[in-house]
Design a protein around this ligand. Structure first.
Ligand SMILES: [Zn+2]
Length: 250
């Protein structure tokens, strides 16, 4: 809680990143959450890890130990093969109750429009998970509109576009994706406050959520929503309610 607002960070990472050398433990994340009044966070593995099972086990352990603080997400290289991919996503649900599956085209070059990629979305759907799709860096595969065909094909699947196109450059592409696909949600990290207001002028707040991504960004990402001159209900949707709806109350 912060300023009487419940806060759900819909995008953070726990584990050890091969590509950046970054290490984030569950305890460090909890300390960060306490510092900024974050009640709950979606914990996602980094996109490049030494062992995806180990990364999932680390997050799964955090979810078991702190079921009210963490919601688990799976993230693994889809090119390990469909059978192994589906098996691991199912394991994450059965063992730890994970609620989301992330793809990160910047490091996992998935063309979401190909028939060969559809099993990724089906794996989320068959495990009752939401998809979190990184957007921004990694274009063209990380264009927000790249995920529209899957959103149309699987109307029951909730698809969260992480970073809302990334930094403002593909903001309108993300807005159009949300306007045309009612099952697309926008996670607002990397946007400036002016960008968030532009999103809000076109997409209702019950389709929007806040995320930090990296610990240095946490204060700014949460603060920028709290500082917006908008209705309190709009802020509550972005900071809490939308993420609870998409990832489950836990
Ligand atoms: Zn991320």
């Amino acid at each position: 809680m912060r300023d009487e607002y419940s806060i759900f960070d819909a995008h953070c990472h726990i584990g050890k990143a091969l590509h950046s050398g970054r290490v984030q433990t569950a305890d460090a994340m909890l300390a960060l959450m306490d510092r900024y009044g974050i009640d709950r966070a979606l914990a996602i593995p980094f996109p490049m890890v030494g062992c995806f099972r180990q990364a999932h086990d680390e997050i799964g352990t955090a979810v078991r130990e702190h079921p009210n603080r963490f919601v688990g997400a799976a993230c693994l290289n889809p090119f390990i093969g469909e059978a192994e991919f589906r098996q691991e996503v199912r394991r994450c649900r059965e063992m730890y109750g994970f609620r989301a599956l992330k793809i990160q085209p910047q490091f996992q070059p998935v063309d979401a429009s190909l028939a060969e990629s559809q099993f990724i979305f089906e794996a989320a759907l068959e495990n009752g998970m939401a998809m979190v799709c990184h957007t921004g860096n990694g274009i063209p595969y990380a264009l927000p509109s790249a995920f529209m065909p899957a959103a149309r094909k699987y109307p029951e699947l909730k698809i969260v576009l992480a970073h809302c196109g990334g930094g403002g450059l593909f903001l309108q592409d993300a807005i159009v994706a949300a306007l045309f696909c009612p099952n697309i949600y926008l996670e607002l990290s990397t946007l400036m406050p002016s960008h968030v207001l532009r999103v809000l002028s076109q997409v209702p707040s019950f389709r929007l959520m806040a995320g930090s991504d990296l610990p240095e960004n946490t204060g700014v990402e949460i603060g920028k929503i709290l500082d917006l001159d908008v209705a309190e209900e709009t802020q509550r949707d972005i900071l809490w309610t939308t993420a609870c709806t998409v990832f489950g109350e836990g």
